[in-house]
Design a protein around this ligand. Structure first.
Ligand SMILES: [Cu+2]
Length: 363
């Protein structure tokens, strides 16, 4: 009986381990076919975005000679080169990545303090155990002590942990609440959508365009001087030095949007909109990865955030066919699209020809 029970106890975790080991391969086999279709579908999307950008360039050139700076602004955007990479993992790195957001700067000292608190407590408990095992071993104590209570020790071992926990809770809760404070009203909103297996970045305050972001093949990443399996074709571009409102959701299964060097991680859940604020202190490129097991290609949907100074960010938005300005101004052209060449160009279905010829007499 006893043998049977203990054998079952040993076998149960082995079974569980076997199941966990086999499950991803089953998923891989199932998902191989749809992945090809999806890849084809997503390739079409960036192409559409490019047509939009080309269209807006055409409109601006012909609309008015004085708008050349706008046209230049639109064409001035160039993706940051590899010399701008700031947040990325380093080979053999042990500590957390260098932080580039105010919240990360608040979190790192707290993290380091926690590591020390844990290390000291663990060493203290280990020391106590070793001391007890040696000092009170049977051979040294043929007649054991019959002590059962010691009021002073009981008060100390109750109060001390309570004080330690309260001491940890105060900075911990303030760090948590700092992350979930509302972003300022005029903050740029980026709606991040997780798909199996790529990311979509929508800019609802800037005309609502969506950028689809896929991982670059290893050789292409290397050619561009970027880290393999982290580089993407279209980055999530945001302004640097100001609060941004990040909202996450997903189209299929749960993903998680996580960028270690910005101390940012937020689950992307289908049918739900999660929100957190983010500030990137300086322009640069910051890499992250999906951090929720989401299927066979979970490890191949990296995140690349590109933070730019305001003017370059606005140039990028225009290059995507988006609008820049206060929410009222951005919303107004949507009512009367024909009066605003920029907005007309957002709809590639109508073609770049029509609005361009309409705008031409104004020049
Ligand atoms: Cu994912």
């Amino acid at each position: 009986m006893i043998l049977g029970k203990s054998t079952a106890r040993i076998l149960a975790p082995l079974w569980a381990a076997l199941l966990v080991a086999l499950a991803p391969q089953a998923a891989l086999a199932q998902d191989a076919a749809p992945a090809v279709e999806r890849a084809a579908a997503t390739e079409a999307a960036p192409a559409a975005a490019e047509t939009g950008a080309a269209a807006i360039g055409a409109v601006d050139d012909k609309a008015d000679a004085s708008t050349t700076d706008v046209a230049e602004g639109a064409s001035a955007y160039k993706p940051l080169g590899p010399e701008w990479i700031k947040g990325q993992p380093t080979p053999g790195g042990l500590d957390v990545q260098k932080q580039y957001s105010p919240i990360g700067e608040q979190a790192v000292p707290f993290h380091n303090a926690l590591v020390w608190i844990m290390a000291i407590i663990s060493a203290f408990v280990l020391g106590l155990m070793l001391y007890t095992m040696i000092r009170f071993r049977r051979s040294a104590n043929p007649v054991p002590s019959r002590t059962t209570h010691n009021t002073l020790i009981e008060v100390v071992w109750t109060l001390l942990p309570v004080l330690i926990l309260v001491g940890i809770a105060i900075p911990s809760i303030s760090l948590l609440s700092a992350q979930y404070q509302s972003a300022p009203k005029d903050a740029v909103t980026v709606k991040v959508t997780g798909y199996q297996w790529y990311w979509g970045y929508t800019y609802p305050d800037n005309g609502g365009f969506e950028v689809i972001s896929n991982m670059l093949p290893e050789d292409e990443a290397e050619r561009r001087g970027e880290p393999g399996q982290l580089a993407v074709d279209n980055r999530m571009v945001v302004p640097a030095g100001e609060w941004i409102r990040i909202q996450t959701t997903a189209a299929d299964v749960i993903h998680a949007f996580a960028v270690p060097s910005l101390w940012f991680k937020l689950d992307a859940v289908p049918g739900r909109l999660n929100e957190k604020r983010l500030m990137i202190k300086e322009p640069g490129i910051y890499y992250g990865q999906c951090s929720e097991l989401c299927g066979a290609k979970h490890g191949y949907m990296p995140i690349a955030v590109e933070a730019l100074p305001r003017p370059q960010f606005e140039a990028w938005v225009r290059a995507q066919g988006g609008t820049v300005g206060k929410p009222e101004e951005a919303a107004a052209p949507a009512v009367a699209p024909l009066q605003q060449p920029e907005t007309a160009a957002q709809q590639p279905a109508e073609g770049a020809e029509a609005p361009a010829t309409e705008a031409a007499p104004a020049a």
